[in-house]
Design a protein around this ligand. Structure first.
Ligand code: BGC
Length: 752
């Protein structure tokens, strides 16, 4: 039955309406029985259901129902696979319908600004395009079952330290180009039922009461049709938040903030129409759920299989000097407690009560007899002489040694940040020692964010398993033994050391954190600065090899509002089936403004049999070429040349082609008496004025005058031009080269 929401709204009292704007308890909205308004449940999310039946909390402290723990975003992002993310959403949507959860609180799309953020494991990437594409696919999958999602945490929530009060200070261009596009894409492409505002302030204003974010951008610009929910406890001033566009406060406020809303309306400080609009949006969510219940039977076993597939499609083979896949006939030793007790998810509100967890050690016995030495504990950082000696002795007699290393739970979690990028020292030491006694050491990493790798040169193989979800152990075993050909690609860069990271000097501030690196985060920074990394964004190996050929653009000129289709052939040149993610980067060669060297604007994952060739087809709209000009208040692509780069990673670029961008649009020109001649020279439209002034100055100073040879020795033409370039126009007047009237008249001709 379709409910008449305006009619129901008109029958509600002021108190009932205010009451709708906060939860009834930790996880539910309020019911109004006399009007048939039911209560609905919101639950974490997103990589599995954390449905709490009894004691609620937002830190993952109390138990939730037994569920399936899928790979967290840090791993699933490496699939670079929209189809997989959609299928993932589909599984979550079915589970949610079956367990009466109307909104799953995710996905988390914040950018990974620093490897230290304690919650990086819950976020997709350092790249907004990738995060946005994957989030939109996931949202579509979940919402196909009329279950809502909550794209979070909006916005610029990139550290855990003082997350409830700290202000993220970033300029508008940086926000628009880096920290907001993943939200924007999810909203525009998939209309999530809800967006969750973050705890932090953005440029001084709490996200929960930030009208620019919640209304101007989200609704007016992006066309968001859903409802904004606060992060749990993110409300600062309730009435201010409501007016700014924050509809539902979670969890319950004990009626306190509901009363504030009622009083504000009574005192005429809050327009009742604002409250009505908020309640209408909340009721839309509630009845959408009520009217679209689906009966789904799901089995934990089936979904465990999906969790395994998602992990297999995502784990990243970072290094392989001929040691993988393992041969079943070899004598293989596993070392490290994570082999039997994997670290497979992060701590905090996304923590799933997994119904089963598979370990690589038991899963691998299906392929071969595996020898095992614990070597070190997975929960502490203490070098155990006895365990280490056992492992080293066993390693000396093994053909290959696989070390299961990683970060203990206490090293990274929601609620706090890491203070360094290191693995426990005991693990680093043992890996180095193992490599000294055995030439074939392979490391399998269990971590939610990059780690330093002092032993990298000494090991022959490295598999980034990240946090693999409950079936991660099976995926690791299948990849190690070559039953599954790895196809994950890194969704973030791996710096060599923490101080290489662009946020190093400005991360973890208490009251304010300045985003001084601007748009240069992740590979955008490492590439521009030519900084070596352990592994670049987009990197990931396979057991087969791929050749790229035949790059085609369907036009050589791109325009505003146009579309460019890019095609490229990929051939599997090896001997086993495999998958390759073709990546497309756009490089701006116009020199109009400081930009990253290249940015990801397209990708496609192809599945190829040996010898098979397929074509990846990617489309670019004008936004793919644009940067955000705060002067124009719009996205802008300057006229000129752009390069389309195709690669297997951000630093393994195989093919390129050029395209010209044609547009009548220009950045506005504001000329004042402090504008320099050099600045006039930079822009096509003002160049004639620069030339006129240079000519007059040359005449005045005798530059180019053949008679003054001595003068030429002191200053040649080139030097003179460089000096003139820094001259402000007022200098031209004060030297008497041009009169103030003449100059004003010239400026008027060229200024917008
Ligand atoms: C987290 C959210 C989560 C909420 C509910 C908060 O602490 O930041 O991501 O959805 O709790 O558990």
């Amino acid at each position: 039955m379709k409910h008449d929401i305006p009619k129901i709204l008109s029958q509600m009292t002021l108190e009932e309406k205010a009451g709708m704007c906060s939860g009834s308890d930790f996880w539910h909205t309020k019911a109004v029985e006399r009007l048939g308004i039911p209560s609905v449940m919101l639950s974490d999310g997103p990589h599995g259901l954390r449905k709490q039946d009894t004691e609620g909390d937002h830190l993952g402290i109390n138990d939730s129902i037994k569920a399936v723990c899928f790979p967290p975003a840090v791993l699933s992002a490496c699939s670079f696979d929209r189809e997989l993310m959609r299928a993932f959403g589909d599984v979550i949507g079915r589970e949610a319908q079956a367990t009466d959860v109307s909104v799953v609180l995710g996905p988390g799309v914040n950018m990974k600004r620093s490897p230290l953020c304690g919650r990086n494991f819950e976020y997709f990437s350092e790249d907004p395009y990738l995060a946005g594409e994957l989030a939109a696919a996931f949202v579509r999958g979940v919402q196909a079952h009329h279950v809502g999602t909550s794209v979070k945490h909006f916005a610029a929530n990139n550290q855990e330290k003082q997350r409830m009060t700290c202000s993220s200070e970033a300029d508008e261009r940086t926000l628009r180009e880096i920290y907001l596009p993943a939200f924007e894409k999810a909203v525009k492409q998939a209309q999530p039922y809800t967006v969750m505002c973050s705890y932090n302030r953005v440029n001084g204003v709490f996200a929960s009461e930030n009208e620019w974010l919640l209304t101007k951008l989200l609704r007016d610009e992006w066309g968001f049709e859903g409802m904004v929910v606060s992060d749990w406890g993110a409300v600062n001033e309730r009435v201010k938040g409501l007016a700014a566009g924050m509809e539902l406060e979670m969890p319950a406020s004990g009626g306190y903030t509901d009363r504030q809303i009622v009083e504000a309306v009574r005192r005429g400080e809050l327009d009742e129409a604002v409250l009505d609009r908020a309640v209408e949006r909340i009721l839309t969510l509630v009845f959408r759920w009520e009217e679209n219940r689906e009966s789904h039977a799901f089995t934990l076993e089936d979904d465990h299989c999906f969790a395994r597939r998602a992990a297999e499609e995502s784990m990243v083979l970072l290094k392989n000097e001929g040691v993988l896949p393992l041969d079943r006939k070899e004598r293989i030793l596993f070392v490290g407690e994570y082999a039997e007790k994997p670290r497979y998810q992060g701590g905090g509100s996304s923590h799933i009560n997994s119904f089963r967890v598979s370990a690589a050690l038991s899963a691998a016995q299906a392929y071969s007899h595996i020898h095992y030495a614990k070597g070190f504990s997975g929960t502490a950082d203490s070098y155990d002489e006895v365990l280490a000696a056992e492992a080293l002795e066993a390693a000396a007699g093994a053909d290959k040694v696989v070390v299961f290393a990683g970060l203990p739970d206490s090293f990274e979690s929601e609620g706090y940040d890491r203070s360094h990028m290191d693995l426990p020292a005991c693990q680093n030491r043992l890996i180095a020692e193992l490599a000294a006694v055995n030439p074939n050491v392979i490391v399998v990493l269990h971590n939610g964010s990059p780690v330093a790798m002092p032993w990298l040169g000494a090991v022959k193989g490295l598999l980034e398993a990240y946090l693999g979800g409950q079936a991660g152990g099976e995926a690791v075993a299948a990849i190690l033994f070559g039953e599954v050909n790895p196809s994950g690609k890194l969704a973030e860069s791996f710096p060599i050391k923490l101080s290489d990271n662009p946020a190093y000097l400005n991360f973890g501030g208490k009251e304010r954190v300045e985003y001084h690196e601007g748009v240069f985060i992740g590979y955008r920074y490492y590439d521009k600065k030519e900084t070596a990394v352990n592994f670049p964004f987009g990197h990931g190996l396979s057991y087969t090899s791929f050749a790229y050929s035949n790059l085609r653009l369907d036009r050589d000129t791109m325009t505003d509002g146009g579309m460019l289709t890019v095609s490229v052939d990929v051939t599997n040149t090896g001997s086993c089936a495999g998958k390759e993610t073709v990546q497309l980067y756009v490089a701006d060669r116009t020199d109009c403004v400081q930009r990253p060297l290249r940015e990801l604007k397209g990708f496609q994952k192809l599945s190829l049999e040996p010898g098979e060739t397929k074509t990846a087809v990617m489309e670019l709209d004008d936004r793919a070429f644009s940067w955000y000009s705060t002067e124009l208040g719009e996205w802008y692509a300057a006229a000129g040349e752009y390069e389309i780069l195709i690669g297997a990673s951000s630093r393994d670029l195989r093919l390129s082609a050029s395209v010209r961008y044609e547009t009548e649009r220009r950045l506005p020109v504001h000329i004042t008496l402090n504008t320099t001649v050099g600045e006039l020279m930079e822009h096509e439209n003002t160049r004639p004025l620069a030339r006129l002034i240079t000519k007059k100055m040359d005449a005045f100073f005798g530059v180019g005058d053949d008679n003054s040879e001595t003068g030429k020795e002191a200053i040649n033409d080139e030097m003179a031009n460089a000096i003139v370039a820094s001259q402000p126009l007022r200098g031209v007047i004060s030297f008497g080269i041009m009169s103030p009237e003449e100059m004003r008249a010239e400026i008027a001709k060229y200024s917008d």
